[in-house]
Ligand binder design. Structure first.
Ligand code: NIG
Ligand code: ZN
Length: 425
């Protein structure tokens, strides 16, 4: 679809020179254009600039385009959510209540709850049912401004069920307008009926070759953490994934200083995610890498863990990406606006830093920095228009408030304007 958005109060995250990511002090710089226009043609960003520049254009080229007026509103590139687990069955609010009463996430997992609880439910659920519930979650997050995402397997834990999850992800990819990357997370937990050795052999010898044979995944993951997979086990799994064309993208250092960051970097992971436990050695390893440190403050918030040392990382010169970690156990929300608020409030990141972390840097974390994550000519026309708000810092400031008015995917309106509650009176 062809669309012109005019009179934009501020067009956020504009880009004229391609960037892979932004790091260190540059994270606090956010390019924007005030009083702007944006043109989307055949689903791609065709042009943008000031309204003055717009008036100088020859409008014969834009005959027949739909028009929108964004007076008082900001336009952002859609968020890229680079870490989710939205294919799952059932929910885990009983564990939520158990944690309120004092149990820890690790205690619940060790007693057969947690990931194993979700795996049991997923094994008992058909592919069709899984698809329907994941599709609902996908629509939910698009309405909150997400325009590209990564989805993991990891609640199957058998060859049959891991493939079932990945086929659901493929179907989501095929049937939706947003770009989706699939991550094979067989190494999420050890199932009860297998020893560690048996299960890791299964991942390496059967699951990875089968996933690759059907072309079902872009990435290979491992939950490299205390009580889950060791760096040595992770290294074996990642190397086998690489052999089968899957780039590593892993869970690391959520529960302890696990060695996950180093094993990820050593295997050229595209990102290492969570990072509650990060010290000098991890920062040093990341500084000399092409690996995007990805923070998931929603999981730290929900589990009551201490927050990631974002300031220390940025001051050391690192880039940071942020993602929702939408999953039933540690982050049952896929809201990128709330992720931004948490990162500002708890990680002490600036609004400019969180916007960079949720757009261009998270696009890099799923290999989409050339097509998503900024307003640049030729990139995919996935944008959202805000309600009338004072400026971009209002979004993370007004936590929990729905500040989005419309979501546009490839130039098509996905979410129509919804009045704010105030407008109803
Ligand atoms: N940390 C590992 N995996 C998920 C949680 C999975 C679960 O508890 O179901 C996460 O990213 O937080
Ligand atoms: Zn995760």
């Amino acid at each position: 679809m062809n669309l012109i958005i005019k009179n934009i109060k501020e067009l956020v995250q504009t880009e004229t020179e391609p960037r892979r990511w932004v790091a260190g002090v540059a994270m606090a710089q956010l390019p924007t254009i005030k009083n702007a226009f944006l043109i989307i043609k055949n689903g791609l960003i065709e042009n943008f600039g000031t309204m003055e520049e717009y008036r100088a254009l020859d409008d014969r080229f834009y005959n027949g385009f739909s028009e929108m007026d964004a007076t008082g509103r900001l336009v952002f590139p859609c968020f890229v959510d680079s870490h989710t687990h939205i294919v799952y069955a059932g929910s885990r609010e009983q564990e939520f209540v158990d944690r309120i009463k004092g149990k820890t996430y690790e205690e619940i997992a060790a007693a057969g709850g947690g990931i194993l609880n979700s795996a049991k439910r997923l094994q008992d659920t058909s592919e069709e049912e899984l698809f329907k519930s994941a599709q609902k979650r996908l629509h939910e997050v698009i309405n909150m401004g997400t325009g590209a995402m990564e989805i993991k397997s990891g609640y199957g834990l058998t060859l049959h069920d891991e493939l079932k999850m990945l086929r659901v992800i493929r179907r989501l990819k095929d049937l939706n307008l947003i770009e989706i990357k699939a991550n094979f997370l067989g190494a999420h937990a050890i199932p009860k009926d297998k020893t560690r050795e048996e299960y890791i052999d299964l991942i390496v010898n059967e699951m990875i070759p089968a996933v690759a044979a059907e072309g079902l995944a872009d990435y290979v993951d491992s939950f490299c953490d205390k009580g889950f997979f060791t760096p040595e086990e992770t290294d074996r799994i990642l190397k086998q994934g690489i052999k089968y064309g899957l780039r590593p993208k892993i869970h690391a250092n959520q529960l302890a200083t696990s060695g996950g960051v180093q094993v990820g970097v050593a295997n050229n992971a595209i990102s290492v995610d969570h990072l509650e436990h990060v010290g000098e050695a991890e920062i040093e390893a990341l500084l000399h890498s092409e690996t995007m440190p990805t923070l998931l403050p929603g999981a730290a918030f929900f589990l009551g863990l201490h927050y990631q040392p974002a300031r220390k990382m940025i001051e050391a010169g690192l880039p940071i990406a942020l993602a929702s970690d939408y999953n039933p156990g540690s982050s049952p929300s896929g809201s990128m606006p709330f992720t931004m608020s948490l990162a500002c409030i708890k990680l002490k990141m600036l609004p400019e830093e969180v916007i960079n972390a949720c757009t261009i840097n998270s696009a890099y974390a799923i290999g989409l920095e050339k097509t998503h994550g900024s307003i640049a000519k030729g990139k995919v026309g996935n944008v959202f228009i805000t309600q009338e708000i004072p400026g971009y810092s209002f979004m993370p400031y007004a936590f929990g408030t729905d500040t989005i008015d419309k979501v546009i995917l490839k130039g098509k309106v996905f979410r129509e304007a919804r009045p704010l509650l105030n407008d109803c009176f």
